[in-house]
Ligand binder design. Structure first.
Ligand code: PA5
Length: 469
């Protein structure tokens, strides 16, 4: 089988195409190469020193083996597989499912090669309540994968407590052993404690790998394997991209080019980075990317402790849907965005457009044409219109969408993020700003030990009627 690849196309950010005011000149590209090449070497050194363990996940042989064994067990008697997690413990799972399984997967038995999949990454009672109502008499055929490094994340913990209670009441204490798999820290944390005490089946969240970099670990692999996704091909794709992203030749390294171009535009009045797939399958990859980019690069302090309050703002859009929603702004609004299109060369299936009625000859140009041609024409048309208005555009071109190219894409954007972190001179692997909101939630939910914070929050929590209109 021919191996498909992805490619980063960057001509449409050059001054040759969009002029010198907004484009990058040859000299500027050479400067970017000079600044970035030593950082590629630095990232390679960090990896050798064990500081970026996510880089080695595609080479780990134990995790895929464990995942496949467990997936095989699950598939024997499971009609619905449910992931309970949030942030890095959910977005990758959703992205893989949307990218690699058919749109009607959950509804059409013929298009499904595994159980239905639901990923709950919220605590919305309307949503979760509806699911519980549907699942109540199907619990013995439903497997829940609780994913949390810590086990203390309020959303995941709340969902887990609801499910545990339900399973224990309906299926007895042994039900948990059959219907729940925990993915968590190998040794410590609340979920590890609970899982060990209840003798649950478990997988580990690898040490030193943050949630948003964990999709190629058991965190993302189990739901993928259960739903029939070829995880070996996914990891092989990531390894293929690793070779490209480790190259110290700037122009041969798509992660280096991508990071350098993004950082260049951030400092050139374009702090917004729009990812716009022209493929519904890739739409949730933008959500995954949005978390990776925002949590990794949005930082108050640089590595020396100076206050810099830096970070590009990732925005997701979908072609063609958002042509009818956002493109007006993108073309005529402020020129403060870098666009990254995701384009697919060969779609896995196509639909031929039907004939035009005799009374509507103005539609006959569409008749007989493949829908993929229209979708890709609209991508080029939108890009052309943006270039006309001097808006810089990158394209990630997929030869086709399969597990291999998706693995390449994930790895490309993970390494891009690491390199962007070095270029911005910030720590891309922590998320200190998320903590205050988490602690405030604990306080508002009356968690013991949070009383002092609850007191501070009180004036903000009570709505002041004087300001209610
Ligand atoms: O990327 C991250 O680190 C976060 O998004 C976490 O994945 C998220 O907060 C969930 O944390 P936990 O796995 O501890 O429940």
């Amino acid at each position: 089988m021919t191996q498909h690849n992805i490619h980063l196309y960057y001509k449409n950010v050059t001054s040759e195409v969009i002029g010198t005011e907004h484009g990058i000149s040859k000299t500027q590209f050479d400067q970017l190469a000079q600044t970035t090449a030593p950082l590629i070497a630095e990232l390679n050194r960090q990896r050798k020193a064990g500081k970026t363990p996510y880089r080695d996940l595609p080479y780990n042989e134990t995790y895929p083996q464990q995942v496949k064994t467990l997936a095989q067990q699950v598939r024997q008697n499971c009609e619905t597989f449910v992931v309970l997690g949030i942030g890095g413990s959910a977005l990758g799972n959703i992205a893989l499912q949307t990218a690699l399984n058919p749109f009607m997967y959950n509804l059409d038995d013929k298009q499904r090669s595994g159980p239905r999949l639901f990923v709950f990454d919220n605590v919305d009672p309307h949503q979760f309540g509806s699911f519980l109502e549907w699942a109540a008499d199907k619990l013995d055929k439903t497997v829940f994968n609780v994913i949390s490094k810590s086990g203390r994340t309020a959303e995941t913990a709340a969902q887990m407590l609801v499910i545990f209670d339900l399973i224990e009441k309906k299926l007895g204490p042994d039900g948990l052993k059959k219907q729940v798999i925990a993915t968590t820290d190998a040794r410590e944390g609340t979920l590890r404690k609970i899982a060990d005490a209840a003798a649950l089946r478990t997988l580990e969240v690898p040490d030193g790998v943050g949630g948003r970099f964990s999709v190629l670990s058991p965190v993302g692999l189990l739901s993928a394997a259960v739903c029939g996704i070829d995880i070996d091909a996914l990891l092989a794709g990531a390894r293929a991209m690793d070779a490209r992203c480790s190259s110290e030749n700037f122009f041969n390294n798509p992660a280096a080019l991508n990071a350098a171009i993004n950082r260049h535009y951030y400092h050139r009045g374009k702090p917004i980075s729009v990812m716009m797939p022209y493929s519904y399958s890739l739409k949730d990859m933008s959500d995954w990317y949005r978390q990776l980019w925002a949590e990794s690069l949005g930082k108050r302090n640089d590595l020396k402790g100076n206050e810099v309050c830096i970070g590009p703002t990732p925005v997701k859009a979908l072609g063609t849907t958002d042509q009818h929603s956002q493109v007006q702004l993108y073309r005529e609004g402020p020129n403060d965005k870098l666009f990254t299109f995701l384009q697919v060369d060969q779609f896995n299936r196509d639909v031929i457009i039907g004939p035009a009625p005799k009374n509507a000859p103005e539609l006959s140009y569409l008749a007989g044409q493949p829908m993929s041609r229209l979708l890709n024409a609209e991508k080029v048309a939108t890009e052309y219109a943006l270039l006309h208005d001097k808006r810089p555009c990158l394209t990630v071109l997929f030869d086709a969408i399969d597990a291999g190219t998706v693995g390449q894409f994930i790895y490309l954007f993970e390494v891009t993020t690491s390199l962007a972190g070095l270029l911005f001179n910030i720590n891309a692997y922590d998320q200190p700003a998320v903590e205050l909101g988490k602690d405030a939630t604990f306080a508002l939910m009356d968690k013991p030990g949070s009383e002092a914070l609850a007191e501070k929050i009180r004036p903000f929590a009570a709505m002041d009627q004087a300001f209610m209109s």
